[in-house]
Design a protein around this ligand. Structure first.
Ligand SMILES: Nc1ncnc2c1ncn2[C@@H]1O[C@H](COP(=O)(O)OP(=O)(O)O)[C@@H](O)[C@H]1O
Ligand SMILES: O=C(CO)[C@@H](O)[C@H](O)COP(=O)(O)O
Length: 545
């Protein structure tokens, strides 16, 4: 840690994501000086998670105490490495979106009286009224979604109000399911947090608010007034609108607001300064957005457990497939997002079947030694997909549904191409609908676990016919959260707040497009769209393989 000795100020960003808790530390000039992670399956095996979750059909959750325990493990790793906790000025964080935590009526007392001589997990055993937190991979609330859309006047009305039509993973629908299935647990709940505000709560020792950006992923927030919408609260709480409003408390509009000082537990146990401040935590995608100054013509693609696409928008432009979210730090701004459930876990599945190699080496050899074939298209919806709403694996050779490609190794290429074609199709639609941004995509910034893979990124460049760039650091969400913390510090000192020192030197070009391949992909896209329609139909009749 000697390299940190001469630095006066440090800023921490966390990311409580699907498979790991991650931390990024930056200094005043936004350079990353330290990174650390805790991998849930590997380091907390006693919770029995697979890829960070426990699945039961379409219900997908994570034991809340796993997340609590992971925080002490992470900070203990830093302590062992003699991390200078006393230099941390502000802590912020990010969390996988939509997941919900249900605090019991005991929680306020337990949180405020945390004792640094005992682990957090032992002290917070009775702090939750629901033991397993629903996560973003859950798709068990279709009934609640249909009901919500019906009662509010249709999917379009809901999308115009909240930025999204009803989605199974969105927190309002998860709360509606809880209210119906377990009204007792709902009445034993004093506060409902998102994953982001839950982590901020642990640091504060009292409840942290839900920020409006992560709050935009709940189907409960009016993205125009930035307040909870009473009609939606009413529908999602079986009529107990007032009670739900109390359990959510006011959404936080100011993403840079100082919420308070870090709790004594962290001061005494790890050596944080008593003066270290906590600001609102946000969703992992909004935090990723902060880690870039996205301009029109640039998009961010995250290839993590989920795959997401982030697009800058000056005004809300909800569609039936994308989400519009409030910006995490610029009050009047919004951004658009697409989210795919079949991201890295589906790529791993195809890798395991066809290459039997966990290192990605044979997978990459397969990509290197093949070329795009216009007539061969696959759809890989191992999990219930979000866009399009479909499930199953389908392969087409010259538009004919086949059990397998002539060369089964083609699956390795097809799973990558198919995802990027789907993104391109949808981004083109989004850009066409936005008068201000009719220009072509010039640059793609790629983040997330699979963005380390140069061969995958090369195909991304080819499909879009655009350069692909990467940022410094291992994780863009915790980096974005750390930048948010630094920005809040500058704001306190009345300095310019928009990433003033954060410049493009931090980016590196990782792939240039081969325009011959781009032509082939362009010629496939119409057919891809038609075949996707067929897949949606087949999937609805459950005739998938
Ligand atoms: N070299 C690689 N090629 C392809 N995928 C990779 C590679 N390295 C890591 N990954 C994928 O990254 C995923 C984790 O991504 P990450 O962004 O860290 O996830 P999360 O933030 O959701 O926990 C893993 O599931 C793994 O499949
Ligand atoms: O559901 C969404 C966004 O709507 C996901 O993007 C989650 O936010 C999980 O993120 P990762 O763990 O895959 O980064």
């Amino acid at each position: 840690m000697s390299k940190l000795d001469n630095l006066p100020n440090l800023y921490i960003g966390f990311d409580l994501s699907t498979q790991q808790l991650k931390l990024t530390v930056i200094e005043d000039t936004y350079q990353i000086v330290f990174e650390e992670t805790v991998h849930f399956d590997k380091e907390l095996p006693h919770y029995g998670t697979l890829n960070g979750v426990i699945s039961n059909g379409e219900t997908v959750a994570c034991p809340t105490l796993l997340w609590v325990e992971s925080l002490d493990i992470l900070l203990q790793k830093l302590k062992t490495k003699k991390f200078p906790f006393h230099k941390v000025r502000i802590i912020s964080g990010a969390g996988q979106q939509h997941g919900s935590i249900y605090w019991s009526h005991n929680a306020p007392f337990l949180l405020s009286s945390l004792d640094h001589s005992k682990p957090l997990v032992d002290q917070l055993k009775n702090a939750f009224s629901v033991q397993q937190s629903p996560t973003w991979q859950d798709s068990s609330t279709s009934e609640q979604c249909r009901e919500l859309e019906k009662l509010i006047g249709g999917a379009e009305v809901l999308a115009n109000l909240t930025g999204s039509k009803a989605y199974e993973r969105f927190t309002g629908n998860q709360i509606a399911k809880l209210c119906k299935a377990n009204p007792n647990a709902f009445s034993q709940t004093s506060r409902i947090s998102l994953v982001s505000s839950f982590l901020a709560t642990l640091f504060l020792g009292h409840y942290a608010p839900i920020d409006i950006s992560d709050g935009s992923g709940m189907n409960l927030l009016n993205i125009h007034t930035k307040q909870w919408e009473d009609k939606l609260l009413n529908i999602c709480s079986c009529g107990a609108e007032g009670k739900l409003k109390e359990k959510l408390d006011e959404p936080e509009i100011d993403g840079l607001k100082i919420l308070g000082n870090v709790h004594e537990y962290f001061v005494k146990k790890y050596g944080f300064s008593e003066d270290c401040k906590i600001i609102p935590f946000t969703g992992d995608n909004p935090a990723t957005l902060i880690s870039f100054n996205i301009k029109p013509g640039n998009i961010v693609i995250s290839l993590g457990t989920s795959d997401t696409v982030l697009l800058y928008t000056s005004k809300p432009c909800p569609t039936s497939e994308s989400h519009t979210l409030c910006h995490p730090i610029i009050p009047a701004s919004y951004f658009s997002m697409l989210c795919y459930k079949n991201g890295s876990l589906t790529r791993e599945h195809i890798r395991d079947i066809y290459t039997k190699d966990v290192t990605w080496e044979r997978f990459n050899n397969g990509l290197n030694s093949s070329k795009p074939i216009k007539s061969q298209i696959g759809f890989y919806f191992l999990f219930q997909e979000i866009v399009p709403f479909a499930k199953g694996i389908y392969k087409f050779d010259s538009n004919k549904l086949v059990k397998e490609f002539v060369d089964e190794n083609y699956n390795v290429r097809a799973v990558i191409e198919s995802q990027f074609l789907s993104m391109k199709l949808r981004i083109d639609k989004l850009l066409k609908d936005d008068d201000e941004k009719k220009e072509k995509i010039q640059r793609i910034i790629v983040v997330g676990g699979a963005s380390k893979n140069d061969q995958i990124v090369k195909i991304l460049a080819d499909v879009f016919g655009a350069q692909v760039w990467r940022n410094q650091g291992e994780n863009s969400a915790s980096m974005g959260a750390a930048i948010k913390a630094r920005t809040a510090f500058l704001k306190r000192e009345c300095k310019s707040i928009i990433n003033s020192n954060y410049n493009e030197e931090n980016f590196s070009l990782v792939a240039e497009p081969d325009f011959e391949n781009t032509k082939i992909y362009d010629s496939m896209i119409e057919n891809y769209q038609e075949l996707e329609k067929l897949v949606i139909q087949l999937s609805s009749t459950e005739k998938y393989i």
